[in-house]
Design a protein around this ligand. Structure first.
Ligand code: URA
Length: 210
């Protein structure tokens, strides 16, 4: 992808995003909307894939027909809220391999610490799509991308539902080679690192933990 940041302004994405933001949207509806929206974002994040052709026969004639080149993609969820995007992305890319990265912030050093890391093999040969609904400070996203690169990934894209200007800047500084696809570039972060206007705590809203 050429651009570092792509904001998907498609009317259906923007419509669904309004209901995801709305605090009166119940958990079951939030999950369904998240699945639908992440499928639409997956459509955008998989633009400009390397293609090849395959020889097939239609009932009429033989032809060389386009297919995605290379190894199966790796979809990596940044826990826990990234899991809310998995089903929708897998609806579009059912053959993707799936990995998980778990990080927490050490309260003393304030640095992200890895508590779980399980990713598909041969990461160096796959397009890796890292997913996390909220690109807020960008610290955990940048750290997760560091870990994916350490594991061999060289071709990474980042899919999120909402991004803050601070998070985009942090990612651009740390990983200028990782394009970001989002449904909205919101206004700013509040003093607690939440995105404004945002949608609140994405994990709590999708898992009903509040
Ligand atoms: N994580 C969330 O779930 N929401 C925010 O607004 C920021 C980070």
């Amino acid at each position: 992808m050429d651009q570092h940041l792509t904001v998907v302004d498609h009317p259906m994405v923007q419509h669904k995003l309004t209901y995801l933001r709305d605090e009166t949207t119940p958990t079951n509806h939030f999950r369904q909307l998240l699945r639908e929206t992440s499928q639409l974002l997956a459509y955008e994040v998989t633009r400009n894939l390397e293609m090849t052709t395959k020889s097939i026969r239609t009932p009429m004639v033989g032809m060389e027909s386009p297919v995605v080149a290379g190894k199966k993609m790796a979809l990596v969820s940044i826990l826990r809220a990234g899991n809310g995007l998995l089903d929708g992305v897998l609806d579009l890319i059912p053959s993707a391999r799936v990995g998980f990265v778990g990080l927490y912030r050490d309260e003393e050093t304030l640095k992200p610490v890895k508590y779980y890391f399980k990713v598909p093999s041969h990461l160096d040969q796959r397009l890796v799509i890292a997913v996390d609904p909220m690109l807020a400070t960008g610290n955990s996203s940048a750290a997760a991308i560091d870990m994916l690169k350490e594991a061999g990934a060289t071709n990474i894209r980042f899919l999120c539902l909402l991004a803050s200007p601070e998070g985009v800047a942090r990612m651009k500084e740390a990983h200028p080679d990782v394009p970001i696809v989002t449904a909205s570039l919101d206004e700013r972060l509040n003093e607690k690192g939440y995105i404004l206007p945002g949608l609140g705590d994405a994990g709590d809203r999708m898992f009903g933990t509040k």
